[in-house]
Design a protein. Structure first.
Lengths: 109, 115
């Protein structure tokens, strides 16, 4: 996706912690979403950040720095079911979502 | 409400045929979006509706693509004279205008294979 950058693939170990980074263009920014997508399935909502700081939801947390155009998704206590693609999406000034290409997360036992 | 429904789940068609996909959004959602997604990529925006009005269609991939939402409820996406490059997952999503803090709710998608 244009303007959104995230790593293509990451590998982590079951039980560990992984951080998936996302950078975006700051002009017209109205919020940052993270979605999870398992292979062959639709994306499902994980988190939304519009203010700077960390939002925690159980094992998943999302961080935003508006001045840096940067966000990350932090996954703790990784489980095998967390193997999926993680999509970063920016809500622009027209309230449309601009999507990154996704980060494929591979969890190894 | 059972969420966003898309039909069919899978469609195999011969090149040159026309195909039509249907999306039923969450009933109280007034915005409906169509996306295309290919393997290893994020969703690619095609068009969206607010109620029955199509507010953005410039991103439709070519004039072979058209979408309707005649009564502001369900929507259809039609691809005429399909090409092999049209093979992809077509996703529909819905939201409530002015309340997108929870993003969009996606349907399960229609996977199109053009042979």
């Amino acid at each position: 996706g244009q303007n959104i950058d995230q790593p293509t693939e990451m590998t982590a170990t079951e039980g560990a912690i992984v951080q998936i980074n996302c950078t975006y263009q700051t002009s017209g920014f109205n919020g940052l979403f993270w979605y999870q997508q398992h292979a062959g399935e639709a994306p499902t909502f994980l988190s939304y950040n519009v203010l700077d700081g960390l939002e925690e939801k159980g094992r998943f947390s999302s961080f935003l720095s508006r001045s840096k155009g940067y966000s990350y998704l932090l996954l703790k206590e990784l489980q095998m079911k967390d193997s999926a693609s993680y999509l970063c999406a920016e809500k622009d000034s027209n309230y449309q979502l601009i999507w990154g290409a996704g980060t494929k997360l591979i969890i190894k036992p | 409400d059972t969420g966003v429904s898309q039909d069919p789940r899978h469609k195999i068609t011969k090149r040159g045929q026309n195909v039509t996909f249907r999306c039923d959004p969450i009933s109280e959602h007034n915005r409906l979006y169509w996306y295309r997604q290919t393997l290893g990529q994020g969703p690619e925006f095609l068009t969206y509706f607010q109620n029955e009005a199509q507010l953005e269609k410039s991103r439709l991939l070519s004039d072979r693509f058209s979408a309707e939402r005649p009564k502001g409820s369900f929507s259809t996406l039609e691809i005429q004279r399909t090409e092999q490059g049209d093979s992809a997952m077509y996703l529909c999503a819905s939201s409530l205008a002015g309340d997108t803090d929870y993003g969009y709710t996606f349907g399960s998608g229609t996977r199109l294979t053009v042979v």
